[in-house]
Design a binder for this molecule. Structure first.
Ligand code: OAD
Length: 247
């Protein structure tokens, strides 16, 4: 990490900013993160509710888990961190791109528009058998009778990327990784691939030492890949982001 620590993230007029967010950005909105005490994976085994095998074994259990999360997200509100990123997008326009690992909709509800959900969206469902387009779905599937069937006979499942499945929008994400000059990562433990490698890919863009992508992390703890960042701003996203993005 650089010896000279910045108080703010200074942006130049020709910068392209790539933002990656994780569960930590929604923590101050009251949504549980995955790892650590009280995390979502504390009460559930990942393989039961977030893998194709878990789905085929017990779809009701999977739907109970995601229905509970639909209720929690419906009650939650965007916090100052989501709002600070939406404001940055307004200022930067097409020079800004947001990739979130989160399946909640708090970025959209804060006003973000240019974003992709690489791990899917909580309020979308799809078919587990055919290639029909994912569709908006806010229902709660709490009993077996409510479990939907597709016209093809397959089961309706959450449009969430489970372990062992390929993240969405990777082509667009690579395009944006290839043009960013600033990377801002917020609230993610840096252990789930491929998102954990984005900072390494950004760093490797310039092999000749002439220039480099400036990479920043915001969160209360150092992530597993902290050593790859130009600077870590330690603290809660809702407090740190509005301050470091002030222009
Ligand atoms: P994790 O639960 O692994 O990490 C959450 C991170 O947020 C931790 O590093 C915390 O230190 C940080 N954090 C907590 N409170 C914060 C706050 N107020 N402000 C900023 N940061 C805070 O969640 P992710 O890294 O997002 O995938 O997990 C990545 C993926 O693993 C998820 O998308 C999910 C999960 O399995 C799938 O479901 C496919």
């Amino acid at each position: 990490m650089s010896a000279k620590l910045e108080e703010r993230i200074a942006l130049r007029h020709d910068d392209h900013v790539f933002v990656l967010t994780g569960a930590g950005i929604s923590a101050e909105s009251g949504l549980a993160t995955f790892r650590g005490s009280d995390g979502l994976w504390e009460g559930e085994r990942v393989e039961d509710v977030a893998s194709p095998r878990g789905w085929h074994r017990d779809p009701e259990r999977v739907w109970r888990f995601y229905s509970t999360r639909r209720i929690a997200v419906t009650k939650a509100k965007p916090n100052p961190a989501h709002l600070a990123l939406a404001k940055l997008e307004q200022e930067l326009g097409a020079s800004y791109f947001l990739c979130t690992q989160n399946v909640d909709n708090l970025h959209e509800r804060a006003g973000s528009q240019n974003l992709v959900h690489m791990h899917g969206e909580l309020f979308q469902s799809c078919c587990d058998s055919c290639a029909r387009e994912p569709f908006v779905d806010v229902r709660l599937y709490e009993t077996k009778a409510e479990h939907g069937r597709c016209e093809c006979g397959g089961r309706i499942r959450p449009n969430i990327v489970w372990f062992g499945e390929v993240p969405f929008h990777m082509e667009r994400i690579f395009e944006e990784l290839n043009r960013c000059t600033v990377m801002l990562v917020v609230g993610t433990s840096g252990v789930v691939q491929p998102a954990a490698s984005f900072v390494h890919w950004a760093n490797q863009r310039y092999g000749n030492g002439e220039s480099s992508v400036r990479t920043y992390y915001v969160g209360p703890e150092h992530p597993a890949n902290a050593g790859a960042f130009t600077q870590v701003f330690q603290g809660r996203a809702g407090e740190v982001l509005p301050r470091v993005l002030k222009r």
